[in-house]
Design a protein. Sequence first.
Length: 321
Amino acid sequence: MKIITEEQIDEAALCLRNGGLVAFPTETVYGLGANALDPVAVAGIFEAKKRPSFDPLIVHISDISQLSQLFSNPVDPLVYTLASEFMPGPLTIVHRKSALVPELVTSGMENVAVRMPAHAIAHKLIKLSGVPVAAPSANLFGQLSPTSYKHVAKQQMDIDYLIAGDDAEHLVGIESTVVLVENGTCTILRPGVITAEDISQKLNINVTIASHNHKVGSPGLLNSHYSPRKPLYFYDDNQFELPEGSGLILHTTALHEIKAAKIIYTSHTANLLEVAAHLFTCLHEMEDDTTVTQIYIAPVEEKGVGISVMDRLKKATYQYR
Ligand code: TXA
Ligand code: MG
């Protein structure tokens, strides 16, 4: 794996186009990209991530005109309305695929997921490669999503390039909102910082949130996911003293003294966008700290962006409950 900066992006784009694997920053989390039109390259993604089964991948584009190539005609007008409001940005649209999209990208499903990242490096890479780019988050199967190139590097995946972004840049921090467009309706398959209310207000339509049954049609939405390599538990407000070696992640400055080996904050004021932006970064920091043996994290209220934060945390803590 060659770690490069934006200056060598041409090299990485050519590699991507020719079937290589390139990890790159986006405004949500780092993606592990392959040429979406090359099934052999796409298969390489699953191998590098050590995924036990194939999962449908999001296809990343750099131009709105690519929507009509990837989705089958006639494209629901709602797709374009959504795209004009939220693309580029942290929104993924799932809609019936065209014949151009290989089955491996969609795990044999008739829909394909498409997203146009707002991050400058991601945009440049996709544009220079000249192809749509299939990319899951750039982490080994089941592990925490990466929000820094260092998080990608530590996974030691067998890939060609890793493009380092600027860690100080403000990021969304959690994966995109995934919305299914079907028969003139919108259904949220995965919550993100663009909420059901945001879409419903902008488009003046009713937006449903997929029930668990519906989600079976969207693999990758396993109960257990996004897990650090150390036990992770929800922190209960009444615990003033945590066991030895406990790391604690809070979202607001503590009102009372808590005894813990290490305390860090996603936000000092419970600002949910800040919480989302720093969520995976804080979890990685605890995962990497050798003085921490188990991690506690405070829950947030399940409202607005809090729904997305809790979606990730429930999955990350699942195996320890
Ligand atoms: O922000 C993001 O979306 C990041 C960056 C890299 O763009 N990508 C990402 O990819 O989170 P991944 O593979 O970790 O998650 C893709 C999600 C999964 O929940 C998957 O089930 C859903 O999108 N998905 C992909 N294709 C789908 C399809 N055809 N139908 C329904 N759901 C789909
Ligand atoms: Mg993922």
